[in-house]
Design a protein around this ligand. Structure first.
Ligand code: AMP
Ligand code: ZN
Length: 469
């Protein structure tokens, strides 16, 4: 078993990953809110969590991973105000909430498939678990951790010694840092209290509602992840992950209600992925025009190129999206897969020498999921003295974690086709610039291609190009 060191948001340290049961890892992931397509920012989180899961498997863990699908209860502000996102989606598309949920859940898994993100072992929509939520809320009421006010059930954060275990927030920061759209909810005893169960008294037009001991209503957003995790992974969770915006209030509330309910510590390790930003700031579904995997495909990028774009950066650093960088990754990816496709597959496996590379790969990932270092190991293998079949075998093994389709030979030809289309479009652009006597642009295009390892030459027959190794 390889050691894995991970940054833990709970302790704010990189520490050895330890599990409750030896060799087994329970992992919970906050799933998407299925009111719209996932944007490539959301998918950054799911790509890095996928690498995390596969790293644990590579290291020797037997992983059980569970993910919810949020199809009810997530309001437009994470702080229990505004409209239910699902309802807003249904209104936007003049469909029912369940139709919207089905459509966007399928779209989410289509995107995941294209990005080689493994489907978790259990995927559970929130609307499947209403009875579990009710039972959990009832126990929190019975033990005095929750109260009913104005028809809703709230969690009483004053009952906890340290509500802000995860986020180090204090009341003041909460007030200052609060979102613009935070409305005062007069039913709350404390500002940080959050809703466990809404009743019709708050949202009359809510489409999906269920009977409960507190009236017909629907669950708050946070309760679903606690209940679904406990249902499938038991009372002691090893690892919980999500995007950085989930730290507060969502994960802070999950810890509060889960530990109050269970009466002991719940999850040991918290993993958070920093955001993908674009030049207007954080990517967000509510901004209307946002980047999706399909849009990247329409623009000629294969989805794994975006996966590689993500793997080149560390998950704990914010990542800026740009087409220039994506273009560079595309060229690098094409060169890499071409090089791998050229390996002959000849020779006996040199197991002894291979082990050093296997260890280096595990060490890179075990070093807080250092994916760019892990990619470097792939290049080190290619540059090494190993014979072709050993190189192939190693890359095949590494690709179980990287999932970049590094070995698909039939794809390699297509890759060539893509590169060809890209370079030829640039050559056409340059030709037009030269015709318009815009030599600065023509030179800039030549330099741009050169920076990507492509050399062009003007001949009597026209412009020809070649890849410089
Ligand atoms: P949602 O569908 O809004 O519930 O979000 C799904 C996941 O995407 C959550 O784990 C979020 O924390 C994460 N997320 C949201 N925006 C971004 C972003 N710009 N970059 C990376 N992850 C994000
Ligand atoms: Zn969650």
């Amino acid at each position: 078993m390889y050691p894995v060191n991970l940054y833990n948001t709970l302790t704010k340290k990189v520490e050895p990953f330890r599990t409750n049961e030896e060799g087994k890892a329970s992992m919970y992931t906050c799933g998407p809110t299925v009111y719209h397509f996932a944007h490539i920012g959301n998918l950054r989180s799911y790509i890095m969590e996928d690498v995390l899961e596969k790293t644990l498997r590579y290291a020797g863990y037997d992983v059980k991973r569970v993910m919810n699908i949020t199809d009810v209860g997530h309001l437009s502000s994470d702080a229990d105000t505004g409209e239910d996102k699902m309802l807003a989606g249904a209104k936007r598309e003049k469909k029912s909430v369940m139709e919207i949920a089905k459509f966007y859940t399928e779209a989410f898994f289509d995107d995941c498939r294209k990005l080689n993100i493994k489907t978790p072992d259990v995927v559970e929509p929130a609307t499947n678990c209403i009875q579990e939520f009710i039972q959990m809320v009832q126990k929190l009421l019975d033990t005095g951790y929750a109260y009913v006010a104005g028809g809703n059930v709230y969690f009483d954060t004053a009952r906890l010694e340290n509500y802000y275990v995860l986020s180090n927030q204090n009341e003041e920061e909460l007030m200052v840092g609060a979102r613009d759209d935070v409305e005062e909810d007069e039913n709350k005893r404390n500002k940080a209290d959050f809703v466990l169960w809404f009743t019709k008294s708050k949202f009359d037009d809510q489409e999906l509602k269920w009977e409960s001991p507190w009236g017909v209503g629907y669950p708050g957003w946070h309760i679903e992840c606690s209940a679904i995790s406990i249902k499938h992974l038991g009372e002691r969770l090893d690892l919980h992950c999500g995007g950085i915006d989930n730290v507060f209030p969502h994960h802070t509330n999950e810890i509060a209600q889960s530990e109050a309910y269970l009466g002991h510590k719940w999850c040991n390790h918290w993993f958070h992925v920093l955001h993908l930003n674009d030049n207007t700031g954080k990517m967000s579904k509510s901004k209307g025009d946002f980047l999706t995997v399909s849009l990247l495909e329409e623009k000629g990028y294969r989805p794994v190129v975006y996966r590689m774009f993500c793997l080149q950066s560390h998950y704990r650093k914010p990542l800026m999206f740009s087409y220039d960088v994506l273009d560079n990754v595309k060229v690098a990816y094409e060169k890499l897969t071409k090089r791998i496709a050229g390996l002959s597959g000849e020779g006996q496996l040199q197991e002894e020498q291979m082990r050093g590379f296997e260890d280096a790969f595990a060490e890179a990932l075990g070093n807080d999921i250092n994916t760019s270092q892990a990619l470097t190991v792939v290049y080190d293998v290619l540059k090494s003295e190993l014979n072709d079949s050993s190189k192939r075998a190693l890359i095949e093994k590494f690709d179980q974690v990287l999932s970049l389709d590094l070995l698909r030979e039939e794809e390699a030809e297509e890759v060539d086709g893509e590169l060809k289309a890209f370079v030829e479009a640039k050559i056409e652009e340059r030709k037009a610039a030269k015709k318009a006597k815009d030599f600065a642009t023509a030179d800039a295009i030549r330099e741009e291609l050169k920076a990507k390892g492509i050399e062009i030459k003007d001949t009597r027959e026209g412009t020809v190009w070649s890849v410089v190794e």
